[in-house]
Design a protein around this ligand. Structure first.
Ligand code: SF4
Ligand code: SF4
Length: 328
């Protein structure tokens, strides 16, 4: 289903969604960046820089309560959200990342804490001329209920799921040729993942020596930003906190750049050096995920490269790696 919307129609659509869902929409912060926040009609930002905070945090939050151990010895799991989530304003990379995490957390044994937040959630993509200064952003490859596409002169809305189609049913039909033109344009705007594939092959063939990882690791200041902004990172540790009600057990995002990441109670640490941990961060996305899922664990969103204060996000590392060892 393809519909045509104007700005007032978008406001109407968002208001309808907000009545049924916990709607999060992009808003512009004072420093000019944008991030998802609770929907307020006057604050919705349709164009600008990509969202730096990962939207997957709605379903896998930085600190997520697993259960409460009450003082009487009973245990209680957190309630499911009263209304399902709706995330508005997701780009192609975020939608791919959500599909990636869905598969990870649904793989047996399924993660009921994640699925409880994800269940019934509505995903709305926002693509086309919505970048900084209305730069073109590639259309999605699916994975959303509705995709709202800025055409440069107006808006198209593709309804992909039954829920999405129902929400769009009263709007006038859109022009399929315009959609087709924008899909073709998208093919020229996708990030070049060939270097990642090349680096993956070099890693698989074990052609990257330890000294490379030591050089990269020496630049890391252990801020954990690369992991905490990455929408496909799923590692967490478990922490207990005493409250007047008992003990709250939560899971908290973990970072594979930290010394304690795999350290065992005995003190043994299979990833006991920064070089090993840095190698693991890249190797996991480029090799281990491909073995397990058949595809890279990096969706190419660019967040880690924008975030890393010392310039060793995944694209920067891969660039250097291929330059040094690509002809081996
Ligand atoms: S570009 Fe960086 S942050 Fe984005 S998916 Fe790849 S590894 Fe994660
Ligand atoms: S963002 Fe950069 S400096 Fe920070 S932990 Fe990651 S690699 Fe290290």
């Amino acid at each position: 289903m393809l519909k045509q919307l104007n700005r007032a129609d978008i406001d109407q659509l968002l208001a309808t969604i907000a009545a049924e869902y916990q709607l999060q929409a992009p808003r512009r912060l004072n420093d000019g960046t944008r991030q998802l926040g609770a929907y307020k009609a006057a604050e919705v930002s349709l164009c600008g820089a990509p969202l730096q905070r990962k939207p997957t945090a709605a379903f896998f939050p930085q600190t997520g309560l697993l259960l409460t151990l009450n003082t009487d010895g009973s245990a209680k799991q957190p309630e499911a959200p009263q209304k399902p989530f709706a995330l508005f304003g997701l780009d192609r990379f975020d939608l791919t990342a959500i599909s990636f995490l869905d598969r990870f957390f649904s793989d047996p044994p399924a993660d009921d804490i994640y699925l409880r937040r994800r269940q019934g959630a509505l995903l709305v993509g926002l693509t086309g001329f919505v970048g900084i200064d209305r730069a073109f952003q590639p259309l999605s490859s699916g994975g959303c209920d509705i995709e709202l596409i800025a055409t440069g002169t107006g808006w198209l809305a593709a309804g992909n799921s039954e829920t999405g189609k129902t929400l769009l049913q009263d709007f006038p039909d859109g022009d399929p040729k315009l959609l087709c033109d924008l899909q073709k344009k998208s093919l020229h705007c996708l990030p070049n993942l060939s270097k990642l594939e090349h680096a993956a092959e070099l890693l698989r063939q074990d052609l990257v020596p330890d000294r490379f990882w030591q050089e990269i690791a020496d630049r890391c200041i252990l801020c954990t930003g690369c992991n905490f902004v990455c929408p496909t990172c799923s590692c967490f540790c478990v922490q207990d906190r005493q409250t007047s009600r008992g003990t709250e057990r939560s899971r908290v995002w973990d970072s594979c750049q930290l010394d304690a990441f795999m350290r065992e109670a005995s003190g043994h640490n299979p990833l006991g050096t920064e070089a090993l941990r840095t190698r693991r961060r890249i190797h996991h996305k480029l090799v281990a995920d491909v073995v397990r899922w058949g595809e890279l664990g990096c969706v190419g969103c660019g967040r880690c490269d924008r975030t890393c204060p010392t310039g060793i996000g995944i694209f920067a590392v891969v660039e250097e790696l291929v330059k040094q060892f690509g002809d081996s």
